[in-house]
Design a binder for this molecule. Structure first.
Ligand code: FDA
Length: 308
C-alpha cells in the first residue's frame, strides 16, 4: 500500500515542487544521487572505479515534453561522455539513457528518440564505451525495444533492460539472449496494472529466476541488476550451471544501495557495475527508491522538514 502511494507520489508535481527546494546535498538525496553536475558524476565514478567497480551514469530527467528539453538531455550525455573519456574512465564507465528524456513521448516520438539515442551511441563509441537503454513503464516497452533493435543495427553493443514484474519478460529474455546481446534484468520500478504485471513480490521474484535462467543459458551477456541477496545467490548458481566464468555476465546495483556488498562481489572477482544517477531532476528517481525501501521515508521527511 505504502509502496503504491510512493510510486503515485513519484508523479506528483506538487510534492516535486516542495521536494525540489531541498538541495541535492541533503542527506537522503545525496545518498542516492551523485550530485547535480557532470563534474560530481565524474568524481563519484572515479571513486568507484578506484574501488574496482564499473559504472553506468544516468543523467536524471524523464518525460521531456518538448524538443528543447530532449536536446538539452542529449547535450548533457555528450558532455558526460567526453568528461568520462578525458578522465580516463571509459570503458569502465558507460551511460544509461531513458528514451522519455530524449523525446519518446513527443509527437513522432519514435523517430525523435531514435535520432537522439543514435547521437548518444555515436558519442559513446567515440569515447570507447557503450549505452544501455533504461526501461520505463509498460506503455513504453514495445517502443523502447523497437528503438533498441534499430540502434543495434549500427551499435550492436547497446544494452537492453527488461523487468521481471511484467508477464511478457520471460519471452523477451528468450528473444534477447543471443550472441553479443547485453541485457540488464531488473524487477521493475513502476506501478503496473495486474493485466500486464505480477503484483506480489513472490511472483516477481519467481519470474526473475525464470528470466535469469533464460539469460544465463543463452549466448548473450546477462547483467543481473538487483540488491536482493537471494537472487544474487541464485544468479551465481545459474551462472555456474551454465558454465559461465566471471566476466561473461555482471552484477549491477544502484549508487548508495548495499555499497559493502558491491565491493565484496568485486573483490571476489565478479564484474560489479554501479548505476550512478546525477542531475537536478532527482525527484522521480528518489521516490522510486523510497518505494523500494519505505524505511528510508523517515529520512526523506526529516530532510524535507529541515531542508538542510
Ligand atoms: P528488492 O526491492 O526486493 O530489495 C531486495 C533487498 O535489497 C532489500 O531487502 C534490501 O536489503 C535491499 N534494497 C533494495 N532497495 C534498497 C534501497 N533503496 N535502499 C536500501 N536497501 C535496498 N527499474 C526499471 O524499471 N527500469 C530500469 O531501467 C532499471 N534500471 C536499474 C538499474 C540497476 C543497476 C538496478 C540495480 C536497478 C534498476 N532498476 C530499474 C530498479 C529495479 O527495477 C528495482 O526497482 C530495484 O533494483 C529494487 O529491486 P531489488 O531487485 O533490489 O529488490
Amino acid at each position: 500500500m505504502l509502496r503504491r502511494t510512493l510510486l503515485a507520489l513519484a508523479g506528483s508535481q506538487r510534492v516535486e515542487r516542495l521536494a525540489s527546494t531541498m538541495p541535492v546535498s541533503s542527506g537522503i538525496v545525496a545518498r542516492f544521487v551523485a550530485g547535480q553536475t557532470t563534474a560530481r558524476a565524474v568524481a563519484a565514478t572515479a571513486a568507484l572505479v578506484g574501488d574496482g567497480l564499473q559504472v553506468t551514469i544516468d543523467h536524471l530527467g524523464e518525460d521531456a515534453l518538448d524538443r528543447t528539453r530532449a536536446t538539452r538531455a542529449v547535450a548533457a550525455y555528450l558532455e558526460g561522455l567526453e568528461a568520462l573519456a578525458e578522465a580516463g574512465l571509459t570503458p569502465a564507465a558507460e551511460v544509461s539513457v531513458k528514451l522519455s528524456a530524449v523525446g519518446q513521448a513527443l509527437t513522432g516520438g519514435h523517430d525523435v528518440a531514435l535520432d537522439n539515442a543514435r547521437r548518444i551511441c555515436e558519442a559513446a563509441r567515440a569515447a570507447a564505451t557503450t549505452v544501455t537503454l533504461d526501461m520505463e513503464d509498460h506503455t513504453t516497452t514495445d517502443s523502447t525495444l523497437a528503438v533498441l533493435a534499430e540502434l543495434r543495427r549500427d551499435f550492436p553493443e547497446t544494452g537492453a533492460v527488461v523487468q521481471s514484474q511484467l508477464h511478457r519478460t520471460e519471452a523477451d529474455c528468450k528473444d534477447l539472449a543471443h550472441m553479443g546481446s547485453r541485457v540488464r534484468l531488473c524487477k521493475g520500478a513502476y506501478k503496473e496494472p495486474a493485466r500486464v504485471a505480477y503484483q506480489s513480490r513472490r511472483d516477481v521474484d519467481r519470474s526473475y529466476v525464470r528470466c535469469l535462467r533464460a539469460l544465463m543459458q543463452g549466448a548473450g551477456y546477462p547483467m543481473v541488476a538487483t540488491h536482493d541477496p537471494r537472487l544474487i545467490r541464485i544468479a551465481a548458481m545459474l551462472a555456474g550451471r551454465a558454465e559461465r566464468k566471471p566476466g561473461t555476465y555482471e552484477y549491477q546495483m544502484l549508487f548508495g544501495v548495499r555499497p559493502e556488498e558491491q565491493k565484496r562481489l568485486a573483490a571476489a572477482g565478479e564484474t560489479m557495475r554501479v548505476y550512478v544517477p546525477y542531475g537536478d531532476q532527482w525527484y522521480g528517481y528518489l521516490m522510486r527508491r523510497l518505494a523500494e525501501r519505505p524505511q528510508n521515508l523517515a529520512f526523506f521527511v526529516r530532510s524535507l522538514a529541515t531542508k538542510s
